[in-house]
Design a protein around this ligand. Structure first.
Ligand code: GLU
Length: 427
């Protein structure tokens, strides 16, 4: 299979703790607009909010839960980014994810900056009423620092339409004027946009379709493996199968994956997973551990779970020629280097999973205008913007003989740098 851009230079940069910021630094140093002073600005975070939320459990006991919102950069518009609920959340993770949002919104050229939030608890240990109290308390604590023109949260890992509805309601209690745009990813019955729920997976699907065209790859004959069966993984797998006639040979959750070289019925697997909370026992497929799954035979791999799942070991063994980051930061920097050496085509998350924030932007526009679009209008606009963003990234990658990741960061950084420069010093 032909590779997209040859040769791909190795990423160089100073030794630093966080792989992603190390990589960013190395790209930023090559963007001519970015001088030493601007680099300091792009490397810093405008605001970091840390809280410890007292939560009354249904049985009357009280626990405290750590939670965060990090606002990285708003040179191009209000801060934007989801919030997650997961036991692994900490300040460093939220920082890294906020940083990614700044470049992601810039790559698809929506007028937002970058932010991210997180609540550090395993949501499966909470009842629905406890979860609601927690989300409302989180919102209440953030109420002065978010808003339709300030910072607009959205769904992320373990959060969705219901979480956003609670967020909106809690915020609207103290901010009554046209507050719908304070949060995106709301249910359609409460100011949400048609097509938002599937948007991240749809963006992954469009990106894969364009890459496959460029590589002259027949998706109906290629084996596609999707790691993670949450919102992104499920919709990516379903749409690749339904709209591209792609063969999904495996899907997985945090407990392991199922594999069948002849293809998996994605909808049946999703029904089974929703009912049983595991994929184990799904008929006509082999059940595998997460590591076995990630290194199973495939042509396309779509990591759509948490950060760091594609590490050195997986990168060494994977057979995938094309990897699309459905999740944020699933490939470690060591793994990235191995994949570059092996000349694999890697679509970075700031492009491949940007469909979510793109349709969040559509939702925000509809909320502000109070004029709503059909699903067809949303999908057409979505497709046009993601395809244009991909073509831009691909062209920069070919022209400069750099990886798609480097090209995407270069484009994002140039746009953010330009806005910072235009707005003047003190930014
Ligand atoms: N959490 C999603 C992301 O990482 C969506 C963010 C948004 O819609 O603001 O891109």
């Amino acid at each position: 299979m032909p590779t997209m851009s040859l040769p791909i230079p190795k990423i160089e940069g100073p030794v630093c703790l966080d792989a992603e910021s190390c990589f960013l630094l190395s790209v930023a140093q090559k963007v001519s607009m970015i001088d030493e002073n601007l680099l300091k600005v792009l490397n810093s975070f405008r605001r970091e909010i840390c809280m410890e939320i007292p939560l009354r459990k249904d049985n009357g006991t009280l626990i405290t839960v750590k939670a965060y919102r990090v606002q990285h950069n708003n040179a191009r518009g209000p801060y934007k980014g989801g919030f997650r609920i997961h036991q692994r959340v900490d300040l460093d993770e939220v920082r890294m994810l906020a940083n990614l949002m700044t470049w992601k919104t810039a790559v698809v050229n929506v007028p937002f900056g970058g932010a991210k939030g997180g609540i550090a608890i395993d949501p499966s240990t909470l009842t629905k009423t406890e979860l609601e109290r927690l989300v409302r308390a989180y919102t209440y604590n953030l109420a002065d620092n978010v808003g339709p023109h300030t910072d607009i949260p959205a769904p992320d890992v373990n959060t969705g339409g219901q979480t956003m509805a609670w967020f909106y309601d809690e915020y609207a209690k103290s901010h009554t004027i046209n507050a719908l745009g304070v949060v995106t990813g709301k249910p359609v019955g409460l100011g949400g946009s048609e097509g938002r729920e599937e948007a991240t997976g749809r963006g992954v699907m469009y990106t894969l379709r364009e890459i496959a065209k460029d590589l002259k790859m027949d998706l109906s004959k290629s084996k596609v493996l999707v790691e993670g069966f949450g919102n992104v993984g499920y919709w990516a797998a379903k749409l690749i199968k339904d709209e591209l006639n792609g063969k999904i040979v495996g899907v997985s959750s945090s407990k392991g994956g199922i594999y069948n070289p002849n293809g998996i019925d994605v909808d049946a697997a999703h029904k089974y997973y929703t009912k049983n909370k595991t994929l184990k026992g799904f008929p006509n497929a082999d059940f595998m551990t997460c590591e076995e799954f990630l290194t199973a035979d495939c042509d396309v791999l779509i990591p759509s779970a948490l950060e760091g799942s594609i590490d050195k070991r997986v990168a060494d063994k994977t057979k995938a020629q094309v990897i699309l980051e459905g999740a944020n930061g699933p490939i470690t920097s060591e793994a990235n280097e191995i994949l570059i050496d092996k000349q694999r085509v890697v679509a970075p998350g700031i492009l491949a999973n940007a469909g979510g924030v793109l349709v969040s932007y559509f939702e925000w526009v509809q909320n502000l205008q109070q004029f709503y679009w059909t699903r067809d209008e949303v999908n057409k606009k979505h497709e046009r913007i993601i395809v244009a963003a991909y073509e831009n990234v691909r062209d920069v990658s070919r022209k400069n003989k750099i990886s798609l990741r480097q090209a995407a960061y270069t484009i994002g950084m140039e746009r953010v740098a330009q806005a910072c420069i235009l707005r003047g010093t003190g930014f």
